[in-house]
Ligand binder design. Structure first.
Ligand SMILES: Nc1ncnc2c1ncn2[C@@H]1O[C@H](COP(=O)(O)OP(=O)(O)OP(=O)(O)O)[C@@H](O)[C@H]1O
Length: 273
């Protein structure tokens, strides 16, 4: 496994660490001074009671106030071919936002994301159709990922086997699945093809121990062909087992980026988790 150069730990107020470029490896994702800002309309206008609404009318504030949430604040790093990067941090530190931005689902307020190839975001909320059967979702999911009908047919059995649903469930609507079953099927579909950049957001959190073991093996397999894999997870064991590098986000900024064991040790010490 290629060595990832480590960056120094920084305090909250200090500027974020310099990006260390490794010219011997092929860059797959370049994130350059990325800022993501959400705009929340209606925020800051009190508790939304009739009285506050009346005040707004009297003050001729027709539009509710808008609040900005600066979720990612100047994040920069380079992910190289073969990297499996765990993204960790406390609730609200910006992990999911960073993944969505890499997937191209959120426009940067400043800076940019450059990827080699097409990023695929595999999240617990991945867009499968709840009212359709698992069977139909496999076919639609594969076609949506760009597989041909022949490739879809060839992959079908492997997907069903990997999802390992209870007998018969593959013909039932996904609305009848437990959250764990849905997550397994989504993961199985996404794992059916190789991805240039694979982004996994807590997808494995709902699986049982056996599924977690199998999905870890699958991620390692995907890693061989993928450009880079990103994994957001609260379960540090899972990150430790799967990733060769970890980015620790703190209030939208990179606190540390480097070797998995060292970053997790520093994070555990700082947060007591
Ligand atoms: N759609 C949204 N609109 C407004 N603010 C948002 C939205 N999504 C996230 N945020 C805010 O952006 C910040 C980062 O959220 P994000 O979900 O990226 O954090 P996270 O590290 O993934 O959190 P968690 O561990 O709880 O999943 C938080 O302050 C959150 O409240």
């Amino acid at each position: 496994m290629a060595e990832v150069k480590e960056r120094a730990r920084v305090s909250d107020s200090a500027p974020q660490p310099q990006v260390v470029i490794d010219p011997t490896r092929e860059p797959i994702v370049v994130v350059d001074d990325l800022h993501i800002v959400y705009r929340v309309y209606g925020a800051g206008g009190g508790k939304g009671t009739a009285a506050t609404a009346l005040m707004r009318v009297l003050r001729r504030q027709n539009r509710p106030q808008m609040k900005e949430v600066h979720a990612v604040r100047g994040v920069s790093f380079v992910a190289y071919r073969g990297d499996a990067i765990g993204v960790i941090g406390t609730n609200g530190s910006g992990k999911s936002t960073l993944l969505k931005a890499i997937a191209g689902l959120l426009p940067p307020a400043r800076g940019g994301v450059y990827t080699q190839g097409q990023p695929s975001l595999l999240g617990v909320n991945a867009a499968l159709m709840r009212e359709l059967s698992g069977e139909r979702n496999i076919v639609l999911g594969c076609l949506a990922m760009g597989l041909t009908p022949e490739e879809t047919r060839a992959k079908y059995d492997e997907i069903v086997k990997f999802a390992d649903l209870k007998p018969g469930f593959i013909q039932y609507p996904m609305s009848t699945y437990s959250s764990g079953m849905g997550a397994r099927l989504r993961f199985a579909i996404a794992a059916a093809r190789t991805h240039d950049v694979l982004l996994i957001d807590e997808a494995l959190a709902t699986g049982d121990a056996k599924f977690k073991r199998r999905s870890k093996a699958k991620i390692n397999e995907l890693r061989k062909d993928a450009g880079a894999v990103f994994l957001v997870a609260h379960n540090l064991d899972q990150v430790e087992e799967t990733c060769n590098r970890v980015i620790w986000l703190d209030e939208g900024r990179i606190r540390m980026d480097g070797d998995t064991k060292e970053v997790i040790a520093a994070y555990t010490e700082a947060t007591g988790k």
